[in-house]
Design a protein. Structure first.
Length: 173
């Protein structure tokens, strides 16, 4: 717990403040136009967690921002595992209105290399993702909601088969 509070003080001294806007998640910090979601690995800190947070944190990679600053960022497979767990815990089966499902679809749509990244992931993570994506493929509610997570223009809607193809490739890993 102490580490989280020390990080909070460091964020405050760096110009960040907790985002108290109406729909902001409890983990969100902001500084100017920059938003930062800080997910503690201990679920007791903010009242929620995922079995994947700790592993995701440990496997995070150092990334350079356009400003030249460097940050640690979790990998796409761990991000998907965390988002799938969040959907399972708070999505209430609502594939269309879930922000977690929206994030999952965005990664599947915008990151063609995600299938290969999942293929290179550890056995437990890969198995978890395969099982969860199989559940999505088996759900008619997911299929009905999927187009709603993309812009309504024809070009964006034409991406639905690509996203489904990526999910099928993941399930076949």
């Amino acid at each position: 717990m102490t580490e989280y509070y020390l990080l909070a003080e460091k964020l405050r001294s760096g110009g960040f403040q907790e985002d108290s806007s109406e729909n902001a998640p409890i983990c969100r910090w902001k500084a100017g136009g920059l938003l930062l979601d800080v997910m503690p690995t201990n679920p007791e800190l903010l009242g929620f967690g995922s079995e994947w947070y700790k592993e995701a944190f440990e496997a995070a990679t150092l990334q350079s921002l356009p400003s030249g600053k460097r940050i640690y960022m979790i990998t796409a497979p761990y991000f998907l595992a965390c988002k799938l767990a969040a959907f399972r815990n708070r999505g209430e089966g609502d594939y269309l209105m879930s922000h977690d499902m929206e994030d999952i679809v965005t990664v599947l749509d915008g990151r063609p290399e995600v299938v290969g990244e999942i293929g290179q992931a550890g056995i437990a993570l890969r198995k978890h993702l395969v099982e969860n994506f199989q559940e999505l493929l088996d759900s008619h509610l997911f299929h009905e909601a999927l187009p709603g997570h993309l812009p309504s223009d024809g070009a964006s809607q034409s991406r639905v088969p690509t996203i489904l193809s990526r999910i099928k490739q993941i399930v076949e890993l």
